[in-house]
Design a protein around this ligand. Structure first.
Ligand code: PFF
Length: 452
């Protein structure tokens, strides 16, 4: 039976497709929306430094481990972990890497789709010219009005979840590969245009200093936990997405180099998005710590005033939606692949999984209006879901992956798959995975438990 499952979902066709798909998964709302706003809430520079350290010391090593495990087994993370734990003779609770990952996927997809729905709303707002010449106050008010309307939010949440379902149901090769080839480069070009614009704004240097000056007195335990959690969220780690995509990777490709590229591009997009958004924030007297609305309030002000802003603004929010879509499918893929291996058709598996995530998403819709006052430990439903997935479940998944690959898989098992020619590099990676990543994650965790 397991031989039937192996490779049943397909293999990426192009040399670059894994990079494109993994970058498509990594670059999303996490970079454009979440990174700037949590940086704003956590005081800027010192937070960014901790985030970069987490990417290097935990994110990239774990990403390589995940992709390696996926390619070795060529099946869904749940079934791959079953085989890997048996082969490595490790305690069977390491199988939870697969299960817990699929569960995190449901939760993340549920709120991801709601936020992506906001991007869809903004496509319309910009295309209609409603944002032309908008002031900072009016932009804030427009965002508030959108959040106050649960029916509107539900419609766009539904549209986005439907789009996600259509792409997943068609399989990864057909829909995504060709679309991403064109769309990812456009996203980069548009970001460069916006970056050029932000350089001309009076607040650029203030924004730059906010992002890159390290004032450690601003660092709290919570901000360190959030930085770690975000490094996993932004690289799509700790829940099997990269493992699932690794399973579709051609055998010959060098995993090490590929992963470095994905990590580099993802970080670049986040930092550039941060520079653009904070330039606009400081030029217009907005509050850097204003929370989830940061991108949606600040960017329309820029588009409202720059030449060609209606066009660029519309295209930009279309691309945000697409970046979200290319991430959303990777969030659902581990669970869908598992259901298909269980015997469901891909279409049925997609329908069930997207419907459940859609239902949970309604809680997020309501946390911005009807349920805004209901709080658990001071957090709304959305905040709690975001906190628990990013800051607990993903790092825990990452911790287990680092321990499993670092301590339980034999060097031979790993080396065969990695085909890394440079022995020193292999030794450094393994060392980091064995000692640095788990200790860093565990320490941050233990400290962070006080926050729960
Ligand atoms: N990396 C995505 C982003 O930054 O928007 C979000 C994400 C995708 C998280 C896939 C987790 C995942 F498995």
């Amino acid at each position: 039976m397991s031989e039937q499952k192996r490779g049943m979902h397909g293999i990426w066709t192009g040399r670059w497709t894994f990079i494109l798909a993994a970058t498509g998964s990594a670059v999303g709302l996490g970079n454009l929306w979440k990174f700037p706003y949590i940086t704003g809430e956590n005081g800027g520079g010192a937070f960014v430094l901790v985030y970069l350290a987490c990417i290097l010391l935990a994110g990239i090593p774990v990403m390589l481990a995940e992709a390696m495990m996926g390619r070795k087994k060529r099946m869904s993370p749940i079934n791959a972990m079953k085989e890997l734990t048996t082969e490595a003779g490790s305690p069977s609770f390491f199988r939870s890497i697969g299960w817990m990952g699929a569960l995190s996927g449901f939760f993340i997809l549920s709120f991801y789709s709601v936020i992506a729905g906001w991007a869809l709303v903004y496509v319309g707002k910009l295309a209609s010219g409603a944002m032309a010449g908008i002031t900072a106050d009016a932009s804030g008010a427009a965002f508030g009005a959108m959040l106050a309307d649960p029916a509107g939010l539900t419609i766009w949440h539904t549209v986005f979840m439907f789009l996600t379902g259509v792409v997943i149901a068609r399989g990864v090769n057909k829909g995504l590969e060709s679309a991403l080839n064109i769309l990812m480069p456009i996203l980069f070009v548009l970001m460069l245009i916006l970056f050029g614009y932000s350089l001309t704004t009076p607040g650029f240097m203030q924004g730059f200093h906010f992002l890159f000056d390290f004032d450690f007195s601003k660092l709290t335990t919570e901000s360190i936990v959030v930085a770690l959690g975000h490094s996993f969220f932004t690289l799509s780690l700790g829940m099997g997405a990269i493992m699932a995509y690794g399973a579709y990777m051609p055998a010959k490709q060098s995993l090490g180099k590929t992963i470095m590229w994905v990590g580099f591009l993802d970080t670049l997009v986040a930092l550039v998005a941060g520079m653009i958004i904070f330039a606009i924030v400081f030029s217009n007297g907005l509050e850097p710590s204003s929370g989830p609305g940061l991108m949606f309030v600040s960017l329309p002000i820029a588009f409202g005033t720059m030449p060609g802003g209606i066009f660029f603004g519309t295209v930009f929010f279309i691309l945000v939606s697409i970046a979200a879509l290319s991430s959303a499918i990777s969030i659902a893929e581990p669970a869908v692949a598992w259901a298909v291996e269980k015997g469901f058709t891909r279409v049925k598996a997609t329908m069930v999984i997207c419907s459940v995530a859609w239902l949970i998403g309604l809680g997020t819709v309501l946390s911005f209006n009807e349920w805004a006052e209901y709080k658990l430990f001071g957090k709304t439903f959305f905040d709690s879901l975001d906190f628990v997935t990013s800051n607990v479940m993903l790092p825990l998944g990452g911790l287990l992956i680092a321990i499993f690959v670092g301590w339980f898989m034999s060097s031979d098992m790993i080396k065969n798959e990695l085909k890394m020619k440079n022995d020193t590099l292999f030794a450094v990676w393994r060392f980091v995975l064995r000692f640095i990543s788990p200790v860093a994650i565990a320490l941050i965790f233990i400290n962070g438990l006080g926050l729960l």
